[in-house]
Design a protein around this ligand. Structure first.
Ligand SMILES: NC(=O)c1ccc[n+]([C@@H]2O[C@H](COP(=O)([O-])OP(=O)(O)OC[C@H]3O[C@@H](n4cnc5c(N)ncnc54)[C@H](O)[C@@H]3O)[C@@H](O)[C@H]2O)c1
Length: 390
């Protein structure tokens, strides 16, 4: 198969827009050596929205029910850009129908559901992918290369965080992400899963953890049409909705390889519009990354000459795989959308070459298990072994 036919589910949302662009755009930058993609169907609940969207992919079929895309024999890949609560049901139906599946994170609402999906995909020999695109910024491929080649020795400590402030203001409007029915694990599955994806990509599997989840404002005004983090003008006549999932979480964890972790994330860090960072300390060196310098890795090595040691700043550039395809000079800021383009290219490559590429549903399952462990640990205020969760 040279051209993968993709159906984008949730096409009118943020990820729907980005995924459509990524599948259409990647050959322009990364070439067509491993095939191309055609956005063959757009799914939006509302017929008018679906029609409005059709300019993005004029040849695409327009559906209002995701089941129709799954039943379409022309479609090879179901791309799930729907709210979290639909991921499991839709991915399961797609796999059962013999479609490859690309699902936005978090893969499912529990490790048990994720396990079922990973097993089903394996039994059906189908390609899977979870939308953890942040680690696909080429700067993290460099970090992985340095780790895998032993440059920082044995990893002893991982520190990671991710914060936004969309709920920093207690009057910030309610959104589906705060509804425990639509997103049962709240910030843990939503944002925590991004930090967990870095842990999975760079450090290894988590064996146990203790977590403390928290909510900062129990009720929030319902303002129809309010966007993420928007400060709404209240009329005083709004309905109020209860926040039923965590706003933030602090974690201590242990990895199977003996490393220790210290992780925090939230949607209430006033002033932090998007903060994401990690520090990885090994026996021979260290790596430090901060999203504010999106293509820069700081690397400290004990192998450097005594008296001249210090963190060196490496700006990822055309010398590093995937960067030069986009930009001919280092430090020109390869951003979030480029990571999604790289991701789309890898999804197509996986399908045309029948080659599993991280993060498959197996990685998605482990990340869901960390989320489950956080929920369980915080509820019962105790350490949780991931192996005990089943
Ligand atoms: N990987 C990342 O960096 C990243 C970033 C943002 C969101 N996400 C994930 O992507 C998913 C979507 O998030 P978003 O920010 O795009 O949300 P969004 O609210 O912008 O979009 C969701 C879309 O799904 C549509 N929808 C809801 N129920 C539907 C149904 N039954 N049938 C058809 N369409 C339906 C909505 O109308 C909306 O257009 C979530 O799981 C989220 O966690 C991932």
């Amino acid at each position: 198969m040279d051209e993968v036919k993709v159906a984008i589910l949730g096409a009118s949302g943020w990820m729907g827009k980005v995924h459509t662009m990524a599948f259409q755009t990647f050959p322009h930058f990364l070439g067509n050596r491993y095939g191309t993609a055609k956005v063959a169907a757009l799914v939006s609940r509302h017929p008018d929205t679906a029609k409005e969207l059709s300019f993005r992919a004029p040849d695409a079929k327009l559906f209002t029910d995701w089941r129709d895309a799954i039943q379409d024999s022309n479609i090879d890949l179901i791309d799930i850009c729907l709210p979290d609560n639909l991921h499991y049901e839709v991915a399961k139906a797609a796999l059962e129908a013999g479609k490859h599946v690309f699902c936005e994170k978090p893969l499912a609402e529990s490790a048990q559901e994720a396990r079922e999906l990973a097993d089903l995909a394996k039994a059906k020999n189908l390609i899977t992918r979870v939308g953890h695109a942040f680690p696909r910024n080429p700067v993290h491929d460099l970090a992985k290369k340095l780790i895998d080649s032993g440059e920082i020795g044995e990893i002893k400590l991982f520190k990671g965080c991710q914060h936004i402030d969309v709920f920093g203001d207690p009057m910030a409007p309610f959104m589906w992400r705060a509804d425990g029915k639509l997103a049962p694990t709240g910030i843990v599955g939503d944002t925590g899963s991004h930090v967990f994806s870095f842990m999975d990509f760079l450090v290894g599997r988590v064996s146990s953890l203790i977590a403390d989840n928290f909510i900062t404002a129990k009720h929030r005004p319902v303002v129809n049409g309010a966007g993420l983090g928007e400060s709404a003008v209240l009329t005083g006549h709004e309905d109020w909705a209860e926040v039923t999932n965590p706003d933030g979480c602090n974690i201590l964890c242990r990895f199977e390889n003996g490393a220790r972790g210290l992780v925090d994330f939230s949607r209430v860090a006033t002033g932090r519009k998007f903060m994401q960072s990690y520090e990885i300390y090994g026996t021979k060196g260290s790596l430090v990354y901060n999203y504010d310098e999106i293509n820069r890795l700081r690397f400290y090595s004990n192998d450097d000459k005594a008296g001249q040691r210090g963190f060196r700043e490496i700006d990822v550039g055309p010398d590093h795989p995937n960067y030069g395809a986009f930009l001919p000079l280092p430090n020109f800021a390869l951003g979030y959308n480029e990571s999604k383009i790289i991701e789309a290219a890898e999804v197509v490559r996986s399908i045309t070459q029948n080659e599993a590429m991280w993060p498959t549903f197996e990685a998605g399952h482990h990340i869901c298990a960390i989320v489950d462990a956080c929920m369980e640990s915080s509820k019962n205020q105790r350490w949780v072994n991931l192996a005990d969760l089943g």
